[in-house]
Design a protein. Structure first.
Length: 57
Protein backbone atom coordinates (compact mmCIF):
# COMPACT_ATOMS: atom_id res chain seq x y z
CA UNK A 1 0.00 0.00 0.00
CA UNK A 2 1.35 3.42 -0.96
CA UNK A 3 0.46 7.01 -0.21
CA UNK A 4 0.51 8.87 -3.52
CA UNK A 5 1.14 12.61 -3.77
CA UNK A 6 0.35 14.17 -7.14
CA UNK A 7 1.62 17.64 -8.01
CA UNK A 8 0.68 17.67 -11.67
CA UNK A 9 -0.91 15.19 -14.11
CA UNK A 10 2.54 13.88 -15.09
CA UNK A 11 4.27 13.92 -11.69
CA UNK A 12 3.49 11.82 -8.63
CA UNK A 13 5.36 10.51 -5.61
CA UNK A 14 4.47 7.17 -4.03
CA UNK A 15 5.64 6.52 -0.46
CA UNK A 16 5.11 3.08 1.09
CA UNK A 17 2.92 3.30 4.18
CA UNK A 18 5.41 1.14 6.11
CA UNK A 19 8.07 3.81 5.54
CA UNK A 20 5.76 6.48 6.94
CA UNK A 21 4.96 4.33 9.98
CA UNK A 22 8.62 3.64 10.81
CA UNK A 23 9.43 7.30 10.18
CA UNK A 24 6.88 8.31 12.82
CA UNK A 25 8.30 5.72 15.24
CA UNK A 26 11.84 7.04 14.68
CA UNK A 27 10.76 10.65 15.24
CA UNK A 28 8.92 9.64 18.44
CA UNK A 29 11.98 7.80 19.78
CA UNK A 30 14.18 10.82 19.02
CA UNK A 31 11.64 13.06 20.78
CA UNK A 32 11.60 10.88 23.92
CA UNK A 33 15.41 10.71 23.95
CA UNK A 34 15.69 14.48 23.54
CA UNK A 35 13.20 15.16 26.34
CA UNK A 36 15.00 12.81 28.72
CA UNK A 37 18.45 14.30 28.00
CA UNK A 38 17.49 17.97 28.33
CA UNK A 39 16.37 17.85 31.94
CA UNK A 40 13.84 20.63 31.46
CA UNK A 41 10.65 20.70 29.47
CA UNK A 42 10.16 22.54 26.20
CA UNK A 43 7.83 25.24 27.55
CA UNK A 44 10.24 26.19 30.33
CA UNK A 45 13.10 26.38 27.85
CA UNK A 46 11.10 28.65 25.50
CA UNK A 47 10.00 30.81 28.43
CA UNK A 48 13.57 31.17 29.70
CA UNK A 49 15.21 31.88 26.33
CA UNK A 50 12.63 33.59 24.12
CA UNK A 51 9.42 34.66 25.85
CA UNK A 52 9.90 35.32 29.59
CA UNK A 53 6.41 36.75 30.21
CA UNK A 54 4.58 33.69 28.83
CA UNK A 55 2.05 32.21 31.25
CA UNK A 56 -0.69 29.86 30.06
CA UNK A 57 -2.55 29.69 33.39
Amino acid sequence: MNIVFTTSPNTSLAIPIQLLFWGFVAVYVIHIFEESVLGENFVDKVRKNFFPVYDWT
